[in-house]
Design a protein around this ligand. Structure first.
Ligand code: SAH
Length: 256
């Protein structure tokens, strides 16, 4: 069971620091059966087994607070192969489709399995499709690492069919999502949602054209989430100078 060490400077340390900083460092400790070494010293394994909220000192007298990781802490450490869907985009998929503990979800392609695993954490069951051997294995590793039991990865081309029926949501993150519409139409329940994530506008144009020509789907909206992180330190409060500007466009459709 991993643990997290939160290193927050004490007031005494802050006063002695010429450049006042409220920076909080966190260390993710994968293996608590041995001492943990970091740039703030060595933390004894017996301390790593104490209860959450315990204050711990390293061998060089730096102070830490011990907590247990949440799903997101573990999720941030999954292995990445393909470009993953970002948290801001996952958030809006959940918000606009309302998926929950009763929902059955299909996802393709699995890539690193990031989106699929996040959805599995809140939905009843998730099946994710992947054509590449290497990514198929990677997703299996990530599912194991996160300890998820309600997600399955299938090594199968989603264009050739989806085995599941009566699905509440299908999410597509692949280069030509329009090729999956026939499979998706058969898998989704009437009223179910289809969300397609594409990094470029020509993909959105081609996808929406095919959706509009289909009698099985309606196009609800296409959107882009723009997120800006801010630096908040004393009176230096402003957007972080360099950050990711673009991830992808999300197109929401509904099976009718
Ligand atoms: N959403 C994923 C990333 C997907 S990357 C995540 O958050 O981790 C796109 C993936 O789609 C690639 O791994 C690619 O191999 C896979 N793919 C492309 N075409 C496919 C198809 N027809 N069926 C299944 N998977 C496909």
């Amino acid at each position: 069971m991993p643990k997290i060490l939160v290193r927050k400077e004490s007031n005494k340390e802050k006063l002695s620091n010429k450049f006042k900083s409220t920076k909080i460092k966190t260390y993710y400790v994968n293996d608590i059966s041995k001492d943990y070494h970091c740039s703030d010293g060595v933390i004894k394994k017996s301390d790593l087994k104490r209860k959450d909220g315990s204050r711990i000192l390293s061998n060089i007298k730096k102070e830490f607070i011990l907590i247990s990781p949440s799903f997101v802490d573990d999720y941030m450490r999954i292995k990445r192969g393909a470009q993953i869907v970002s948290l801001k985009d996952i958030g809006i998929i959940i918000a606009f489709t309302g998926v929950n503990k009763n929902s059955k979800v299909v996802d393709a392609g699995a890539g690193s399995g990031a989106l699929a695993c996040f959805l599995a954490n809140i939905c009843k069951e998730v099946v994710t499709y992947e054509i590449r051997d290497d990514f198929y294995k990677l997703v299996k590793d990530n599912i194991r690492f996160l300890g998820l039991k309600n997600i399955k990865v299938k090594k199968k081309d989603v264009f050739k069919g989806i085995d599941e029926k009566d699905v509440d949501l299908v999410v597509l993150d692949l280069p030509s999502p329009w090729n999956a519409l026939k499979s998706v139409g058969k898998a989704l329940k009437i009223g179910g949602f289809l969300v397609s994530y594409s990094p470029t506008i020509p993909q959105v144009m081609d996808f929406v054209r095919v959706v509009n020509n289909s009698s099985s789907f309606i196009h609800l909206r296409t959107l882009e989430i723009i997120k800006r992180d801010w630096e908040v330190e004393e009176r230096r409060v402003r957007p972080v100078t360099t950050q990711t500007v673009h991830t992808g466009f999300l197109t929401f459709c509904r099976r009718i």
